[in-house]
Design a protein around this ligand. Structure first.
Ligand code: AMP
Length: 225
């Protein structure tokens, strides 16, 4: 039922969390312990089809950091309202995604001692950036790099079209969903990415490089920390 409530709120354009500090205070302590040692993390950001997921998998395999994809977490929730919204290409409400993310991190931290985290698809707007920073503060996570994988829309459209033939993702199969995802990206995600651009840990990588070139660039940067 609570999901329905969120969707109703979303329809009424109530999208922001009133107080992100309170929100994270209530939900955001991942393992209930005081974390004395910093855990490094990176963000992979960019438009749909830019290769965030592919790179996150390669990096995770290479350095054994945990890959956290909010898209995968939401897809695995099995909830039909969530599925419906994802199919349309819309971004889901910030508090829903925040809670799903935090409960996933909590469950993971119960059984593992993470060396680092790779965030793929989170944060995706300015409100989520605030929540993300607060989650990091509360749990002693240190954001070491933001990698912005950029590509022109024509290339992204082609990639998603090709991926739709095999990915099994309903949002990869329709042009309408792709257009909505691009609209959400331009309106919500791009301003967030731009807000991070001036940080010393921001690295933009353009799509004229091969998959291997991009991962070796990321590995090289991670070697420096
Ligand atoms: P992705 O797998 O990252 O391409 O995400 C697929 C879909 O999941 C998006 O189009 C959104 O509907 C939803 N989603 C994933 N991450 C987020 C997020 N951080 N905020 C809101 N919606 C998200």
């Amino acid at each position: 039922m609570w999901i329905l409530k969120y969707i109703m709120e979303k329809k009424n354009k109530v999208k922001t969390i009133a107080n992100f500090k309170e929100f994270v205070k209530e939900f955001g302590d991942i393992d209930g312990k005081e974390n004395l040692e910093e855990i490094p993390c990176i963000i992979l950001a960019g438009p749909p089809g830019c290769g965030k997921g592919t790179q996150a998998k390669i990096i995770s395999k290479g350095i054994r950091w945990k890959h956290i994809s909010t898209g995968d977490i939401l897809r695995d929730s099995g909830d039909k309202d969530i599925k419906k919204m994802m199919k349309s290409g819309e971004l889901l409400p910030d508090d829903l995604v925040g809670k799903e993310l935090i409960s996933y991190l909590k469950e993971y931290s119960k059984h593992h001692d993470p060396k680092g985290f790779i965030f793929d698809g989170y944060p995706r707007n300015l409100a989520q950036r605030d929540i993300f920073e607060e989650i990091c503060r509360v749990n002693n996570l240190k954001l070491v790099y933001v990698f912005f994988l950029n590509a022109p829309e024509s290339l992204l459209r082609k990639r998603i079209e090709d991926r739709g033939k095999t990915s099994g993702r309903s949002d990869d199969k329709s042009e309408k969903a792709f257009n909505k995802r691009m609209e959400e990206y331009n309106e919500q995600t791009l301003p967030m990415i731009e807000s991070m651009r001036n940080g010393s840990n921001f690295i933009e990588i353009s799509s004229n490089r091969s998959l291997e070139e991009i991962s070796s660039l990321i590995f090289k940067k991670l070697d420096e920390i």
